[in-house]
Write a protein that binds this ligand. Structure first.
Ligand SMILES: [Zn+2]
Length: 317
């Protein structure tokens, strides 16, 4: 039986009908409105449109922020406040006529990589997505780790530097505050001020430096830009080393837009994991680039709608 996965992001809603083998049969995108009523409307419209020509047995929404799974509600979403508090199941199910569940977007993406991506051969996977923020999820013994309320697996908000920069969540020194695209931009802007004659300094004089600017300069061999990515990878590795010690995964998958920088970030992350994590976990864990890219959310959500988070095979077939 096919299922529909919906990835609700800060700027767009992506919905896809996915077959049992992970093949996307159809997909649509809608903009993300930032009013609760229009948000519900667009999610329902995306599901209706994508499901029009395909039979599907259920829908899972991958949503940004902390969720209460039993209530199908997002309680805190710094990048999409409009979704906070909506009774998503009650509001959307009657409009689409299909059973609906919700999952945190990082958890859904982790499940996507576990089922269909870089972790498909593993039973134990840690997934981290570096974007504007840092999302993540953990699969242990083939089961998605959700915690007592469904809000577990928030790897981006683990504190790795007690007096570090402030995070979007209000805490200081979270992995997100040190290894996200936002953190790269901030670090680069600080260095630009200290080094006005550098390439970063010249760029900062004309406009705000973004994470992708740093990657481009680093690819061209700019030392200062390379140091920004190296430091970012180091902090990432500090976080990953902790996850390796806790979860003893076979695969540590790193995805998200920031991974455009690839080895410029991952090399220092791997080095740090090797220095800090303990054997035998350290020697087993492979730090790899996630393979599904931006599709991990819809694929994971569809697989969760179809099979549940521990292979219960909710929809059969
Ligand atoms: Zn945080």
């Amino acid at each position: 039986m096919n299922a529909i996965g919906v990835d609700v992001g800060g700027t767009k809603i992506a919905a896809a009908v996915v077959g049992p083998d992970g093949r996307i049969l159809d997909e649509v995108r809608y903009p993300t409105p930032h009013s609760p009523r229009k948000l519900v409307e667009n999610i329902a419209r995306a599901v209706a449109e994508v499901g029009d020509d395909h039979e599907a047995g259920g829908v899972c929404l991958a949503v940004p922020g902390l969720i209460l799974a039993r209530e199908n509600r997002v309680v805190f979403s710094p990048n999409l406040h409009a979704i906070e508090g909506i009774a998503l199941m009650d509001e959307i199910e009657p409009k689409i006529g299909l059973p609906l569940t919700i999952e945190n977007d990082g958890n859904a993406a982790a499940w996507g990589e576990f089922r269909f991506g870089v972790g498909s051969e593993a039973d134990h996977l840690v997934f981290v997505a570096l974007g504007t923020g840092v999302g993540g999820g953990v699969v242990s013994h083939g089961v998605l780790m959700r915690g007592a309320q469904g809000s577990g697996g928030e790897l981006g908000h683990v504190t790795i530097h007690a007096t570090g920069p402030r995070c979007a969540c209000g805490n200081h020194g979270c992995l997100e505050a040190l290894a996200s695209g936002t953190a790269i931009g901030r670090r680069a802007r600080e260095l630009a001020v200290e080094n006005p004659d550098s390439a970063l300094g010249h760029l900062a004089a004309s406009r705000q430096i973004l994470g992708e600017d740093v990657t481009e300069l680093a690819r061209n061999g700019d030392e200062l830009a390379l140091s920004v990515l190296e430091e970012t990878g180091t902090w990432l590795g500090v976080g990953l080393a902790g996850f390796v010690n806790i979860f003893n995964p076979e695969v540590v998958a790193v995805g998200g837009g920031v991974l455009e920088a690839g080895e410029l970030i991952l090399a220092s992350a791997r080095r740090e994991v090797h220095l800090r994590a303990r054997p035998p976990s350290r020697d087993l864990a492979e730090v790899k680039v996630a393979t599904l890219g931006p599709k991990s959310g819809v694929l994971g959500a569809a697989a969760l709608a179809r099979d549940g988070s521990s292979g219960e095979y909710l929809l059969g077939g």
